[in-house]
Design a protein around this ligand. Structure first.
Ligand SMILES: NC(=O)c1ccc[n+]([C@@H]2O[C@H](COP(=O)([O-])OP(=O)(O)OC[C@H]3O[C@@H](n4cnc5c(N)ncnc54)[C@H](O)[C@@H]3O)[C@@H](O)[C@H]2O)c1
Length: 368
């Protein structure tokens, strides 16, 4: 058996463990407590993962468990009312009872959708996350946020539903496209910016190894990210306070995803790279952050050949439209936009935009 790392998300009776290893997805029942008490198991994945990891479904899972399989199409488009209904009806058609276990093998998109379905079907079924993208391994599979998108904005419909455990194997990432690996790196970089300057310095030296999926470096970055997220979520499960820090780069980033219609033109992580860039630049404009933070950010991404400017993605958004979408974000209170900004690497700050004109002029400048 390969080396195993464990993080814990402490949430009282909803506490759970995150298991991290090289190939632990091949023996999942070791990481699901009381597996034998479930009456049935449904595995849900997407077409891409199923086709690229056929051994997992046809050999390893079959050897371990009896299950029904539901395969969905891939892509952000499935985070929709249409596919929520589709998956719920598929599950119900199997004549399940409340002791049914859902196992989600997928990226952040599938995890968000299956998590939401699991909180709704029969008023709640247990579910396990086996995240199959770097982004899902370092972020979306942990913390219990589920959701789908609305035409009014990203993740506007959802619930908090914690998984029973999270099983992370770095080997499962081997079939992932380079673009998706780089996209996942956005959330790793986010953790360093909101919590840990030393981790940022480690990324400066080891980022290339993470992106090339060196096992040891990946496990270190995944464990570090999961530990930071677990600590924050354990203190503020329902995002009443410090959990908001996890949205660094996201208020700007979500606008880009929403305006482009959740298409493949831009991946979630790519939008977050741009969002973090804008958040750092706006922090500098407000004179709460020094210019060298932006230089360090840009230089690191340049070394990794990652774009962080909207123009590189051939996307045009008018400043008026951008601002209008920012106002639809969940972080708006009393019609004031709340942003997560940065004082220094590792030192985030929550701030309401008091002077909307300033933000509007900033966007005019950045989006021209
Ligand atoms: N719930 C949360 O806390 C949270 C946090 C961050 C992001 N998110 C959400 O996560 C989503 C983005 O997730 P993502 O970047 O994982 O994208 P994704 O789920 O769309 O996966 C990216 C692509 O990789 C494919 N894929 C997945 N695993 C694979 C594998 N092992 N081999 C080959 N192909 C594979 C998928 O089919 C898809 O085409 C966004 O919707 C975002 O809002 C949620």
């Amino acid at each position: 058996m390969s080396k195993l790392d464990i993080c814990k998300v402490s949430l009282g009776i909803n506490s759970y463990k995150i298991f991290i290893g090289k190939d632990i997805h091949r023996s999942i029942t070791n990481y699901i407590s009381n597996y034998k008490t479930y009456s049935s198991t449904i595995v849900i994945s997407d077409k891409n993962i199923y086709e690229k990891n056929s051994l997992l479904f046809k050999k390893y899972l079959k050897k371990e468990i009896e299950f029904e399989l539901i395969i969905l199409p891939q892509g952000e488009k499935i985070k929709s009312f249409k596919y929520l209904e589709f998956i719920i009806e598929k599950i119900l058609k199997l004549e399940i009872d409340r002791d049914t276990l859902l196992i989600c093998i997928g990226g952040g998109v599938l995890g968000d959708l299956v998590g939401l379905a699991s909180s709704l079907v029969l008023r709640g079924l247990d579910f396990i996350q086996i995240p199959s993208t770097l982004l899902a391994q370092v972020d979306s599979s942990v913390g219990g946020k589920t959701g789908i998108n609305s035409k009014y904005g990203k993740n506007l419909v959802g619930s908090f539903k914690q998984p029973k455990s999270v099983i992370i194997s770095t080997d499962i990432l081997k079939t992932l496209k380079k673009r998706d690996i780089k996209s996942g790196y956005a959330e790793i970089l986010k953790y360093s910016f909101i919590n840990d300057k030393k981790f940022f310095n480690w990324l400066v030296s080891n980022g290339k190894k993470v992106i090339s999926l060196n096992t040891e470096s990946c496990i270190y970055a995944i464990k570090k990210s999961c530990t930071i997220k677990s600590k924050i979520v354990s203190k503020d499960e329902k995002e009443k306070g410090m959990r908001e820090l996890l949205n660094f780069g996201h208020t700007f980033g979500h606008v880009i995803e929403s305006v482009t219609g959740y298409k493949d033109k831009i991946k979630h992580g790519e939008a977050i790279f741009i969002g973090m860039y804008l958040a750092i630049k706006f922090s500098i404009l407000l004179k709460i952050c020094k210019k060298d933070v932006l230089e360090k950010y840009s230089c690191h991404l340049k070394n990794l050949k990652i774009n962080h400017k909207l123009s590189s993605y051939n996307i045009k958004i008018s400043p008026e439209r951008f601002l209008q979408h920012m106002k639809f974000d969940k972080k708006v209170k009393n019609s004031k936009i709340k942003l997560i900004l940065i004082k220094d690497i590792g030192v985030p700050v929550r701030l309401f935009v008091e002077d909307e004109k300033l933000l509007s002029n900033f966007l005019k400048n950045e989006l021209k």
